[in-house]
Design a protein around this ligand. Structure first.
Ligand SMILES: O=C(O)CCC(=O)C(=O)O
Ligand SMILES: [Fe+2]
Length: 384
């Protein structure tokens, strides 16, 4: 069994519905989640026309007038939804050169005075003026509901790959009292930098939660390639962008591949699996001079806010835990979301949001703001 990786595996979702080849998929998934923490999922069960629609909308969202973007800036939302201007965030001490919108699946806030503050994190998203991007909200919600469904189907496959019953991970999706979950999704633009001082699109970090599903787009290139192609050809993008850090500390390119999602493991899943499923450090480099802006659409699958991950560690079979043994000790540049071992999942997510967006925290979570920013509002947030 390989102990380190030099490329990201590509798994074909169509194998899942083929009884003869399904075991092959589960075994590839097991390898990806233990030894890589990242994979490409080809032929995902999301309608092509809905994917195509969100790809076409992505640049348009950033072409609306700046004042229309500011109308829905994140500071107006206690749920950390809305627009973040270019350069608003720092990761590992350097500015992330990206502009983004945070959206969410539909959700009415259940928070009431006296409830834990982290319940306030979920609530309605802010959407751009319909007349400026007609049809966007509807198309995006249609897309999100399919990715949400995929995320749950995928978690059942993950359970199988961990030798658990297929519903072995469902307790993590139970918010209690029959309440549903809210998932978060972003549309992100990484422009071509104006000078040579930095190429940090986003610095090295882990994701939280269980799984992230990202549709990555190299705009003009992808529009040309957006037809079904044999898998090996799909790797043909010359652009760099997303990079994933292997256990030796080397950065491995993960170029956009049409008709795939990139799926990666978040820190909560790593924690409940005793480190067997790997949350992998990743970063994005800005597009090179002379190329075009890069867009990506990450979907962050949330888990119940009230579950305490540290108290819910899974009992995994010795055979499956043994698969970790061949792995070399990690050497990565990321350290965020280490609080999962001791705090409720919702509180860990809230802390991450407070650090990244202190202006939102100052207005809506003043106590936490003071705790993390005793010196007052910094010019930028920091992922850690
Ligand atoms: O844009 C991407 O491809 C990755 C973004 C990312 O890693 C994040 O926002 O967590
Ligand atoms: Fe990420």
């Amino acid at each position: 069994m390989a102990t380190d990786f030099s490329s990201i595996p590509i798994l074909d979702y169509s194998l899942v519905s083929d009884p003869k080849r399904r075991p092959e998929f589960i075994s590839q998934l097991q390898n990806a989640l233990i030894n890589v923490g990242f994979l490409y999922l080809a032929n995902p069960p999301v309608a092509r026309e809905d994917i195509e629609a969100v790809i076409q909308y992505a640049p348009k969202l950033f072409d609306i007038p700046q004042n229309a973007k500011e109308d829905i800036r994140m500071v107006k939302s206690p749920h950390f939804f809305g627009y973040s201007r270019f350069g608003a965030e720092l990761t590992k001490g350097s500015v992330d050169q990206r502009e983004q919108y945070d959206f969410g699946t539909p959700y009415e806030s259940i928070w009431q005075p006296g409830d834990p503050e982290f319940l306030k994190l979920w609530g309605p998203a802010q959407w751009p003026d319909e007349s400026l991007v007609p049809g966007f909200k509807q198309a995006f919600l249609r897309y999100l509901s399919q990715v949400e469904k995929l995320s749950h189907e995928f978690t059942a496959l993950l359970a199988e790959a961990l030798n658990l019953p297929s519903d072995g991970l469902t307790p993590f999706f139970d918010q209690g009292e029959g309440k549903g979950l809210q998932h978060r999704a972003k549309v992100v633009k990484y422009p071509v930098p104006e000078d040579d001082t930095s190429n940090q699109g986003v610095g090295p970090h882990f994701d939280g939660g269980f799984l992230t599903f990202v549709r990555r787009i190299q705009s003009t290139l992808e529009r040309k390639l957006f037809t079904p192609l044999p898998l090996q050809l799909l790797q043909a993008s010359p652009h760099r962008g997303l990079q994933v850090q292997n256990l030796a500390g080397d950065w491995i390119d993960a170029p956009p591949i049409p008709n795939t999602f990139v799926i990666n493991i978040g820190k909560a899943l790593e924690t409940v699996t005793q480190g067997l499923a790997k949350a992998t450090s990743h970063r994005v480099l800005s597009p090179e001079k002379g190329s075009t802006p890069r867009y990506s659409i990450p979907f962050f699958q949330n888990i119940s806010q009230t579950v305490s991950i540290g108290d819910s560690v899974l009992k995994l079979s010795p055979e499956v835990l043994k698969l970790k043994e061949g792995r070399i000790e990690g050497n990565t540049d990321s350290v965020n979301f280490s609080e999962y071992a001791k705090l409720p999942s919702g509180q860990v997510t809230l802390i991450g949001r407070v650090k990244s967006h202190p202006d939102v925290a100052e207005r809506h979570y003043p106590d936490l703001f003071k705790q993390y920013f005793p010196e007052g509002l910094p010019a930028q947030g920091f992922a850690y």
